[in-house]
Ligand binder design. Sequence first.
Ligand code: ADP
Ligand code: ZN
Length: 208
Amino acid sequence: MDIVKGNMGWIEVVVGPMFSGKSEELIRRLRRAEIARQRVQIFKPSIDSRYAANEIVSHNGLGIPSDNVTKASEIIEKMQPRTEVVGIDEAQFLGDEVVDVCTKLANLGKRVIVAGLDTDFRGRPFEPMPRLLAIAEEITKLLAICVRCGNPAVHTQRLVESEELIVVGAGSAYEARCRRCFEPNPALAAREAGPLLLRNRAANAGGK
Ligand code: ADP
Ligand code: ZN
């Protein structure tokens, strides 16, 4: 997006597994916009209240104030006309509606930066992120480091036995894994992780 004329808006999407640095990258872009004295509004779904209520916090402790929303349309309700840059974290929890919300904001001339998980605990595309990727002007795919072997990690490994799409709040319920070390069946992964997981949980109690 090096040539943008007039007040045209656009959509930037940042995807990848957990621990890949999506929040870090979102915070970096939003900070730079603030340094440029642009008007910024930042949102995250209130489902993700693991760490801080009104703040986006990355796994390495960077933070930026944010507004909690329970559904995507609240972003439109809370939008101030003079806002130039809109940040949205954990967009995978906001449902299909977030696609229309981002389109509307970009059409109004705003720069929309959206971060979220592109795949779920089984490695399947995590709606609505694939649809956001399809309509975005710019896409950044980040990888984490596989905690098993050190290779680039594209997957979010679930370590607790649950087939629910959303399991949040469990400090060490997830880790980053490469495609070789990834186990899509959480029941098998949980059995294998067992004692190690309990030890990690005790160590991380209270953390994101
Ligand atoms: P995301 O939003 O994608 O979950 P964050 O921005 O919250 O990621 O956190 C990224 C940070 O997490 C990294 O800068 C690093 O300090 C830390 N981290 C912890 N575990 C890993 C891992 N397995 N791979 C990469 N980074 C990790
Ligand atoms: Zn691996």
